[in-house]
Design a binder for this molecule. Sequence first.
Ligand code: ASP
Ligand code: MG
Length: 274
Amino acid sequence: MALIVKKFGGSSVATPEKIFNIVDRVLREKKEDDKVVIVVSAMGDTTDDLVALAKEVTSKPYGREMDRLLSTGEQVTIALMAMAFNERGHKAMSLTGDQAGITSTDTFNKGRILGVDPNRVFEALDEGNIVVVAGFQGITEYGDMVTLGRGGSDTTAVALAGAMKADVCEIFTDVEGVYSTDPRVAKEAFKLEEVTYGEMLEMARLGAGVMQPRAVEMGFRYGVPIHVRSTFSDNTGTIIREDYTVEANKHVITGVADDTNTAKVALVGVENKP
Ligand code: ASP
Ligand code: MG
């Protein structure tokens, strides 16, 4: 038996058809006694669309009400995915971040996870459900919904996997894994079999957009192996863990990442007077 947390991002769940593709794949790969928790993002560009909608109403698209709005996106996905599992004849239950026991600081729009109490998730699993959890959200001690910063579903998935002591956290994405550099920029780029948390963190910070840096940190802290892999193929992707197990992966340089949104400002001729 394995306990597996799988996370699917917005582009993977953009349409009902894509949701069914995921459902069919999960059911095909799931062994009889595996326990599966799925963390999902909002469908397609829903979060961007909600931000745009808010901007039509307010010049201050942030704060508490913004999180009320943004957190609806993921709730649409969990409901539809649970329905799709049921349609295929498998028990499934959707849970909001709150119901999955994710508590957050009250810093709206950039919540930090304070704790995860996955009791209800375990109960639902024990009842034979595949559990579908809304990513990107937690609840404050006052019961307010808080979102965890853009890309925050990765953090939800890894935090949940850590709290549940899952065997692995699989992050499904639209690329085959983590590449030595951006394949759109350099055709020599190759997929890395393994990277360490430290290396992944460096690369994520520098703009390798495949995972939210905070999620990588979380994986490191709780020792959760993270498997970054493609939604569209069955190939093994990249495993992020503490140490390499594959000798061949011990490159001198693991990867190169760039961030074209950074500018450098140099002040010259400034007097040397602190
Ligand atoms: N839906 C949120 C966003 O677009 C969270 C996520 O996708 O991870 O940022
Ligand atoms: Mg993402």
